[in-house]
Design a binder for this molecule. Structure first.
Ligand SMILES: Cc1cn([C@H]2C[C@H](O)[C@@H](COP(=O)(O)OP(=O)(O)O[C@H]3O[C@H](C)C(=O)[C@H](O)[C@H]3O)O2)c(=O)[nH]c1=O
Length: 190
């Protein structure tokens, strides 16, 4: 497993090693020890999620408020998505900045999105199956988000506006200015 820091260093690309042979392939998709060694802190994933979506579906931007803040280790098991994380940590030099990384089933690349970030993705292929680990349980009363196209974030979703498919909830998310602000000096992993 290779780890590569993105332009927001706490958001990390994880590149699993793929062993191909005449039967197909094998790959270790997650190693707790290797991820924690790279990060320098413990991450205890407790819930796995999966969603399938068609081209243009945008799920985001989402996060859970404290005390149910989540880290996510996300990957695509079929298709291709643009995966986006937004830094919500007051005191971060990257506050309000986003990282947008293409994830696809062929490369098997993953993205580690730490606590203190909002997450979302858009489907770039005909369909995409998205699978990810969370280190806190789903808490519907703490599940919230902000508008995917908030002008202050300037995220390029790479899909024409007319092709976008969002939930009613995501169409009505509040602006980023009304979102939770996490304190980067308060360890989100205590
Ligand atoms: C997230 C979640 C949802 N649900 C139920 C609630 C709804 O009845 C249904 C669909 O939920 P929602 O529309 O919030 O699903 P997404 O739009 O894919 O939400 C996810 O979108 C982006 C990509 C994220 O990073 C989050 O993990 C999550 O917010 O699944 C559950 O039962 N458990 C869960 O953990």
């Amino acid at each position: 497993m290779e780890f590569i820091r993105t332009e927001i260093p706490d958001v990390v690309i994880c590149k699993p090693q793929i062993f191909g042979d005449h039967r197909g392939y094998f790959t270790e998709t997650y190693r707790k020890d290797k991820l924690e060694e790279f990060l320098g802190y413990k991450v205890n994933f407790c819930q796995d999620n999966e969603s399938k979506s068609s081209y243009g579906v945008l799920r985001g931007m989402h996060y859970q408020k404290p005390p149910f803040t989540q880290s996510k280790l996300v990957r695509v098991i079929e298709g291709r998505v643009l995966d986006v994380a937004v830094d919500m940590r007051k005191g971060s030099p990257h506050f309000g900045k986003s990282v947008a990384i293409e994830l696809n089933a062929k490369d098997g690349n993953q993205l580690f999105v730490p606590r203190g970030f909002a997450h979302g993705f858009i489907v770039l292929s005909a369909t995409a199956t998205f699978a990810y680990k969370c280190d806190n349980y789903y808490a519907p009363n703490y599940d919230t988000g902000f508008l995917y196209n908030d002008e202050s974030l300037n995220i390029d979703w790479q899909v024409p506006e007319n092709d976008l498919l969002l939930s009613e909830k995501d169409k009505k998310q509040p602006p980023f200015s009304q979102a939770e602000v996490f304190d980067i000096n308060k360890n989100l992993y205590d």
